[in-house]
Structure formats: C-alpha cells, structure tokens
Design a protein around this ligand. Structure first.
Ligand code: NAP
Length: 235
C-alpha cells in the first residue's frame, strides 16, 4: 500500500470524536478522504473545509445496507476509488442486564456491528477494484475484558472482532488487510463530562488512536492482517 497522498479513504462516524480525528490524520498525510455522516451537518463541512477538495462529506445511515451501498458508491465516485475503509461509527449504552431493553440491545447491535458490517460489505467492491485495500474496524476493550452492565455493548464489539478475524482470512488473497483497534475509554468531551472524577490524562486521545490507525494503513503494515490491537493508553 502506498503511503500518504495517494490514499483514498472513507471514514464512517465522521462526525464523531474518533472519526473526525481519523479524517484529519489521513488528510494531514495528504490523502483524499470521504467522511460519512448519518445526516447532513454543517459542522462536518466546516471541520473539513481547510482541506479543500481532498475532503468530502457523504451522507448515509449505516443501519441500512442500501444506504451504506449508496454512500460508498458516492465516496468512490467523488474520490476516484477507495483504498481504505475506517469504520469509526458506533455508540455506547450500559445498564443492568435485568432491565436492559430489547430496543437498547437492538441499538447496540445496529450502531456497532451492523454499521461496520454494512460499511465493509458496501466498500468491498471498491477496495477489490483498487487491488490493494485495507479495512480498519474499531472494537473496544469490553469485547475482551468483562465489566458489569455491558453485556450488549461488549457482545456488539465482540461481533466486530469476530468479523475482523473472519474477513482477514476471507480477503487475504484479494490483497485486503483487515484489522481492528480496541480503545479503552477515549479522551473525548463526552467522556470528560460523564466522568468528571476520572483522570483523562490516562485515556488515549482520539489523535493518538488515529495515528495508530493510519500506521495500520501504511506500507510498513502490509504484512499485518487479523490484528486486534489494544490502544488503551494508561487506562
Ligand atoms: N468513546 C470511547 O470511549 C470509546 C471507547 C471504545 C470504543 N469506542 C468506539 O470508537 C468509535 C468512535 O467513538 P466516538 O467516541 O468517536 O463516538 P461518537 O463521538 O459518539 O461518534 C459516533 C459516530 O458514529 C455515528 N453513527 C452511529 N450510528 C450510526 C449509523 N447508524 N449510521 C451512520 N453513522 C452512525 C455517529 O453519528 P451521529 O452523530 O449522527 O450520531 C457519530 O458520527 C465507536 O465505534 C465507539 O464504540 C469509543
């Protein structure tokens, strides 16, 4: 895989804390980037405006396979193909198992697993066409390490890791590497507000995780596929 400026990258969850940092990391390396947002927002356009026509926003609710397909078609058309999918869409809800509702379970599975599954399936023909693609998923530490009140979230992220392993094998001979990063608690404004007593200096910053994700898409990492890489910081 070539580095930097020849990359064409689509990032889901482009309006999110991590997704936006991932967009910036690739744009700063000279890549062309399509950020997928669930609904049109002026904020994303504004955040990306400094990068000129190398950055585009594409709308797609990834709970729908058809909307994902349209979003990836548009991203590929506007960038001139796709080499990399960074799947950073997701959501978090926790609560006691005894009272966790089916609607909450459905939200976790859709935001975390289905959105990644739909994005990867929709991006795949474009990655195959590029003859050398990368898929990066975002898992989470609770997929590996048990904690209370996280059954649905942990299961949805464990499904993302299972998909990482399966796809890494399935796509190996199409020269597509599939990896996942596993953040602990990320240093985001939302987490700072939710946990005012915590020490955020221990949490990995979105920019630090984005830099690791960018490295996983570099030439040096071409031999890496099927990895589930912890990015825990000191948390
Ligand atoms: N924050 C953490 O501490 C942490 C820890 C471990 C793992 N992670 C994972 O890291 C990723 C990014 O987290 P974050 O903190 O950046 O989250 P965030 O700020 O809440 O952003 C999540 C993004 O996903 C998008 N999204 C959710 N459902 C979608 C759908 N159906 N279709 C399209 N887009 C959808 C959201 O769009 P809207 O703005 O429209 O809702 C938003 O852009 C997630 O996968 C999360 O599970 C986060």
């Amino acid at each position: 895989m070539e580095d930097g400026k020849d990359l064409r990258v689509v990032v889901t969850g482009g309006t999110g804390a991590l997704g936006l940092a991932v967009c910036r990391a690739f744009l700063e390396a000279g890549a062309r980037v399509a950020a997928v947002e669930r609904r049109p927002s002026e904020r994303l356009a504004k955040e990306l405006s400094g990068f000129g026509d190398r950055a585009v926003a594409v709308v797609g609710d990834l709970s729908s396979a058809e909307a994902a397909r349209r979003a990836m078609e548009e991203a590929a058309a506007r960038l001139g193909g796709l080499r990399v999918l960074c799947s950073a869409a997701g959501a978090f809800e926790m609560g006691p198992f005894a009272t966790f509702t089916d609607e909450q379970l459905e939200r976790m599975m859709t935001a975390n697993f289905r959105s990644a599954y739909h994005a990867a399936q929709a991006a795949l023909p474009h990655l195959v066409a590029s003859r050398h693609g990368k898929i990066l998923f975002v898992g989470a530490r609770p997929a590996l390490t048990a904690g209370p009140q996280m059954v649905a979230y942990a299961a949805s992220k464990a499904a993302v890791l299972s998909m990482t392993r399966s796809l890494a094998v399935e796509l190996l001979h199409q020269n597509i590497q599939v990896n996942a990063v596993l953040p602990s608690t990320i240093d985001t404004p939302a987490n700072r507000a939710a946990m005012p007593e915590a020490d955020p200096s221990r949490w990995p910053k979105p920019e630090q995780i984005a830099a690791v994700m960018r490295w996983l898409c570099s030439k040096e990492a071409d031999i890496v596929s099927g990895a589930e890489l912890p990015v825990y910081g000191r948390a």
